[in-house]
Design a protein around this ligand. Structure first.
Ligand code: FAD
Ligand code: AMP
Length: 484
């Protein structure tokens, strides 16, 4: 007996249909199958070579390829800048960009094929092609070969993701003016690279190409660097990026970009008036917009807001009975782990289990060097709330492990309430900050106090001791740094 035969409504009827197989959609499908529901996951992603692949933006054109290139280029950078300090002499090191890109593509392929294997093991029906929600929880599925089927489900989960925002003043014009996907696929290191937007994606991509030798200028409209982050953290990060010769220009709003003679002339306005900069390649990294092209037929009852986000309640229910939406296509930070958590939560709710997403405790990570990570409220936000608070800091300069790694830039910072000592926010700029933040996330998930962290034994010598010492410093009881 096949899975199809077991379905009460036949081969085209499922308990759950998920539209979108990115990091929000595919975990929804797997958890629903774990919950003994019949599930299909429809995904239309096609890579540049025409191959279909699950995994969405994150695996194919976002989180994973960017981290692959960040890792390779950081190794090259450290080889040039640090190895001599370690007493290792290297000469003749060269970048083989084709090999670097090949390695990246191999990782992406392995990870996306992994989803197919996970689907098979869990019993999820994979459907590659376009999904369109019709009224009454029916779904029109158009396979990549053009064949069409109508499916039905008790529940439909929309996970259609997001797409890069295009600027009217700097419209995409490959290969000169590209989006983040194009910036990950450059086949030569540009001599001069322009990046519009000093957000997470702009900084990561700018770092990749800077480390390979490009002169990188980043144009950011806002006057403050990383305006959404703790400003002490942002200042420390900016200091290090400047040392790396990333030319970050704040308060610089781009108003035009023209391709001329193989280069791009960019016009922007800053406090001094109109400015110009010429680059060989321009990356537009000004954010992402929710994507819902041809997703909803008339009469489904699903509503979009003015930004194009699918309207949902706290538990990701849309206005249509039995239709849910998760990930980048709904409100909240556009992060893979946020979408994943929403997806598994929805799959549990559908199965009648308990589920809750704690939106207050979603970590953010910027995978530059030094790495930047935080969770919870910034010091500015706590100050504005009027709640009395205390701050604990620990510089990585005082960490034996960080020094041994030759990675002693940055600090760990903890903001805790004065009244009940609850941890309100943790901000780290330094080595492996993205890994270190997990401890703070767990602590905050359990409403821990700074004393809880102070009394937790941390192995020595580890980077994690920085979080421990920052907690101790909040009460001026640090051992390994001056209690300022
Ligand atoms: P998506 O990943 O966009 O997936 C949606 C999928 O649905 C796609 O495959 C799409 O083709 C498919 N689809 C859409 N409509 C239909 C339809 N009608 N029928 C069938 N299929 C459809 N986030 C992090 O957390 N960490 C990072 O380090 C990170 N790095 C990033 C780096 C870059 C360069 C970029 C661009 C993004 C990065 N992000 C990162 C953001 C992250 O990629 C997104 O938050 C995440 O992919 C959102 O997941 P999603 O499943 O909601 O949407
Ligand atoms: P993010 O949303 O984190 O990906 O960051 C995108 C960044 O691009 C934001 O900091 C915006 O301020 C910035 N931005 C948007 N439009 C422009 C523009 N025309 N010129 C320069 N920066 C811009």
């Amino acid at each position: 007996m096949t899975n199809d035969d077991k379905r009460p409504g036949g081969a085209d009827s499922f308990d759950v249909i998920v539209i979108g197989g990115g990091p929000a959609g595919y975990p929804t499908a797997i958890r629903a199958a774990q919950n003994k529901l019949t599930v299909a996951c429809i995904d239309e992603w096609k890579n540049r070579d025409g191959s279909a692949a699950f995994g969405g933006t994150c695996l194919n054109a976002g989180c994973i390829p960017s981290k692959a290139l960040l890792e390779s280029t950081e190794l090259y950078h450290r080889l040039q800048e640090e190895f001599a300090t370690h007493g290792i002499k290297v000469s003749g090191a060269q970048v083989d960009l084709a090999q670097m890109q090949k390695r990246k593509a191999g990782i992406v392929r392995a990870m996306t094929q992994g989803i197919v294997a996970l689907f098979k093991a869990a019993g999820v029906t994979p459907l590659q092609g376009h999904g369109r929600l019709l009224p009454g929880r029916r779904v029109e599925f158009t396979a990549h070969d053009g064949t069409r089927r109508e499916l039905s489900a008790r529940h439909v989960v929309l996970a259609s993701g997001s797409a890069p925002i295009e600027l009217r003043s700097a419209a995409f014009q490959a290969p000169h003016i590209v989006d983040s996907w194009g910036a990950l696929d450059l086949d030569a290191v540009p001599k001069r690279l322009g990046v519009i937007g000093a957000g997470v994606i702009g900084l990561e991509l700018g770092s990749v190409w800077r480390r390979l030798g490009a002169e990188v200028v980043v144009l950011e409209a806002l006057p403050d660097f990383l305006a959404f982050a703790d400003q002490q953290l942002a200042k420390e990060a900016l200091r290090h990026f400047k040392k790396q010769s990333l030319d970050i220009r704040l308060g610089a709003k781009v108003s035009g970009a023209t391709v001329k003679g193989g280069a791009v002339e960019v016009t922007y306005a800053d406090a001094k008036g109109e400015q110009h900069v010429t680059v060989d390649r321009l990356v537009v990294a000004v954010g992402r917009r929710p994507y819902s092209k041809d997703l909803l037929a008339a009469g489904t009852g699903v509503e979009l807001d003015e930004r194009g986000l699918i309207k949902v309640d706290h538990s990701c229910r849309t206005a249509a009975e039995g239709v849910w939406a998760v990930g980048d296509c709904v409100r909240g930070p556009m992060l893979a782990h946020k979408g994943k958590e929403e997806g598994v939560n929805v799959a549990d709710l559908i199965a009648g289990r308990y589920g809750e997403v704690n939106y207050k405790v979603i970590p953010s990570v910027i995978y530059t060097a030094p790495e930047i990570a935080w969770v919870g409220l910034t010091e500015e936000q706590v100050k504005a709330s009027g709640r009395e608070y205390k701050v604990g800091m620990f510089p990585f300069l005082a960490s034996g492990r960080a020094r041994a790694m030759e990675q002693a830039a940055g600090f760990a910072k903890i903001v805790a309430a004065r009244d009940d000592d609850e941890i309100l926010g943790v901000h780290i700029v330094g080595p492996m900050a993205g890994e270190l933040i997990a401890e703070a996330v767990l602590a905050m998930e359990y409403s821990a106090s700074s004393e809880d962290l102070q009394r937790t034994i941390h192995a020595h010598p580890t980077l994690a001791e920085a979080v421990h010492e920052a907690a101790l410093n909040a009460d001026k009881r640090a051992i390994d740094s001056l209690n300022r």
